[in-house]
Design a protein around this ligand. Structure first.
Ligand SMILES: [Fe+2]
Ligand SMILES: [Fe+2]
Length: 200
């Protein structure tokens, strides 16, 4: 993909994400676009080491959550893939790579389905990494506020999700990077519980 095409896809993804965030609370919440940007950079880092197709990976990362707040969460991959196809066609993205982008976008939101390409695996790896580490903890509380949960409710919900999702990191590069984030999160949650009970 040439630089102009990438710039068009990047700009369109950013515009739409910020628009969606603004609809939630009247101004961008930092929940969506900043996440997409970080996933994009993580994907490039992992993708370079794993020798993935970076055109597919960059486009999939930028557009993976394009339908995040528009439909039922379980559907945001399928709907997002269709929206991405239109954006990519209008941006001059290589036609022969569009299906691979769609597969990755669909796959990141359907945990129990097989991701058949390296790029689809990397996109999910990067998306999972965002849920852990310092960024993951920050996002946990941001999500808590967006959902109107108490901190305790949010932590219970996230603990359940963490236990399931941690086993879906697939590529060797991501697994190495993930472990540190996972340990940080575990330590944080344990400390939080102790402080909550005034044990520390
Ligand atoms: Fe998503
Ligand atoms: Fe995401």
């Amino acid at each position: 993909m040439d630089l102009k095409t990438l710039e068009r896809v990047f700009a369109e993804a950013k515009r739409r994400c910020l628009e969606e965030e603004a609809k939630l609370h009247g101004k961008p919440t930092d929940y969506l676009w900043r996440h997409v940007e970080r996933v994009y950079h993580l994907c490039i880092k992992i993708g370079e080491r794993e020798k993935a197709d970076l055109d597919v990976l960059k486009a999939a990362a930028l557009l993976h959550d394009i339908a995040k707040f528009q439909v039922d969460p379980a559907q945001h991959g399928v709907v997002g893939a269709e929206m991405a196809e239109k954006i990519l066609k209008n941006s001059g993205f290589p036609e022969n790579k569009i299906e691979a982008v769609k597969h990755a976008i669909k796959g990141h939101a359907r945990l129990y389905e097989e991701r058949k390409t390296l790029e689809a695996k990397i996109l999910l790896d990067a998306d999972i990494m965002e849920k852990f580490g310092a960024v993951g903890v920050a996002r946990l509380f941001l999500r808590c506020a967006l959902d109107g949960d108490t901190i305790k409710e949010s932590i219970i919900k996230h603990r359940r999700m963490f236990n399931i999702i941690k086993d879906y990191v697939e590529t060797g590069t991501a697994k190495k990077m993930f472990m540190e984030r996972y340990m940080f999160t575990q330590n944080f949650l344990e400390r939080f519980e102790k402080e909550s009970k005034a044990e520390l």
